[in-house]
Design a protein. Structure first.
Ligand code: AMP
Ligand code: GLY
Length: 420
């Protein structure tokens, strides 16, 4: 079989790592891939947002299966583009991907189907935003409507932070069209969990539990990022997973189907476990990054048959098993991340890190220049440790991190410490 992975991050590297081992996968392609994936797959220089070009490439090679990592091609309609050519691809249709592509759509969708979530108002200009913020009081949360790579959310606890957010949205217009509408919402308190489930549009297969660490700094300080680390399993409180499935995931999958928005792929629910029960923070229409890096290696058995069954609408008969080991991921980010990540910094020590028993490194913002591996984006590497417990997995991940050097690199030193 020929399999194509769309994307170039550590999540896609983790998928390539798993799929390269799969029975029956003879040729693996990645578009555009990264230097780490190049060891496992043929990298093709087509950007993840080139959905027509990707479909034409897949058609020309009679690609047997395609899996999409990032949200952008899904929101642009890559699933529809491939479906038109009868090419099997795992990922929601453009209509279904709107649960991530528009936070305003997602909020109204939740309201239509009674999915518990924070109260919210939509603001279209500075005055509306300021007025809504005042009516919610502090703390208050602002979210860019459109895609913002995990950086379009502001949790404001002081009047100064509110003022700064007003400036970012409606003076500097940091988020362009994505920020033309802003969701102003009530701030929820509680433990945050990431819930990912593979679905064929009706059956839902939950993936192993994971938690990610969104803030840049230790102790959940600093700005929101795409994710600075993750652990799996995430030991949810008793019954939480079942409640999330019943109150959030199934109503969402059924609601989308009812509206003719075909969702075959991974639905990710970012959930706050509040005193009143789980409430949705956000939907993603894809696997989480960095959650995937700690979940996929724990999968017992092959990934591909599961993904194929989801595309065929035949998930009902399948079971999925997870290894009892734990995994931890520490993200190494470039200097300047999340604002303006510095490019071109030399990356050293990967070989030593990889030699460590139980360590893995998945690449993201890397590129080879003049024969040297250097930084090319914000989140540069996902360094993974595996072990019999979270504490041991975390220890291995940090031992691996200690071998790696990138000038100005940023990482959290408290990943998984809340589980130890
Ligand atoms: P999102 O991209 O919507 O998940 O938001 C990014 C992060 O902001 C989440 O992981 C939460 O930590 C935080 N966040 C988002 N919405 C809220 C909310 N209503 N209350 C408290 N924190 C939130
Ligand atoms: N880790 C959160 C996300 O993938 O959006």
């Amino acid at each position: 079989m020929r399999v194509l992975i769309v994307g170039s991050g550590a999540r896609e590297h983790a998928l390539a790592w798993k799929l390269a081992r799969a029975e029956g996968v003879e040729e693996l392609y990645a578009a555009p891939g990264n230097p780490g994936m190049a060891a496992l797959a043929h990298c093709v220089p087509i950007g993840a947002d080139g959905i027509v070009e990707l479909a034409e490439f897949a058609a020309s090679l009679h690609m047997d299966f395609t899996v999409v990592g990032p949200e952008l091609p899904l929101c642009l309609g890559i699933a529809d583009e491939f479906a038109r050519r009868d090419l099997p691809l795992l990922g929601p249709s453009r209509g279904a991907a709107e649960v991530e592509g528009s936070k305003v759509f997602a909020k109204e969708f939740c309201q239509r189907y009674g999915i518990p979530t924070a109260r919210a108002e939509v603001a279209r200009n500075r005055d509306e935003m300021a007025r809504a913020a005042k009516s919610f009081g502090l703390p208050v949360v602002f979210k860019a409507d459109g895609l913002a790579a995990g950086k379009g959310v502001f949790v404001c606890r002081t009047a100064d932070q509110v003022e700064e957010a007003l400036v970012r949205f409606f003076e500097e217009r940091t988020f362009g069209v994505a920020g033309e509408r802003v969701l102003v919402e009530e701030c929820l308190e509680g433990q945050e969990v990431s819930f990912m489930a593979l679905t064929d549009g009706s059956t839902v297969l939950p993936l192993a539990s994971a938690r990610d660490y969104k803030r840049l700094g230790d102790g959940d300080q600093g700005p929101n990022t795409g994710g600075m680390g993750a652990v799996s399993p995430a030991s949810f409180p008793q019954g939480l997973g079942a409640t999330i499935l019943r109150d959030i995931v199934y109503p969402a999958v059924n609601g989308l189907a009812q509206e003719g928005r075909l969702f075959r792929g991974v639905l990710y629910a970012g959930v706050m476990a509040t005193a009143e029960g789980p409430k949705l923070l956000e939907f993603n229409c894809r696997l989480g990054d960095p959650e995937t890096q700690v979940v996929i290696p724990r999968l017992d058995g092959d990934l591909l048959p599961l993904l194929q069954a989801a595309v065929r609408g035949e998930l009902g008969s399948l079971r999925v098993g997870w290894r009892r080991e734990a995994m931890a991921c520490v993200v190494l980010a470039a200097a300047g991340y999340p604002n303006v990540p510095r490019r071109g910094d030399l990356i050293t020590g990967l070989g030593d890190a990889l030699n460590l028993e139980g360590a893995l490194v998945f690449q993201a913002g890397t590129v080879i220049e003049d024969g040297r591996l250097v930084t090319s984006g914000g989140r540069v590497l996902s360094v993974i440790g595996r072990g019999p417990s979270i504490a041991e997995a975390v220890a291995t991940a940090y031992q691996a991190v200690a071998h790696i050097h990138i000038d100005g690199m940023q990482y959290r030193t408290d990943i998984g410490k809340d589980f130890a």
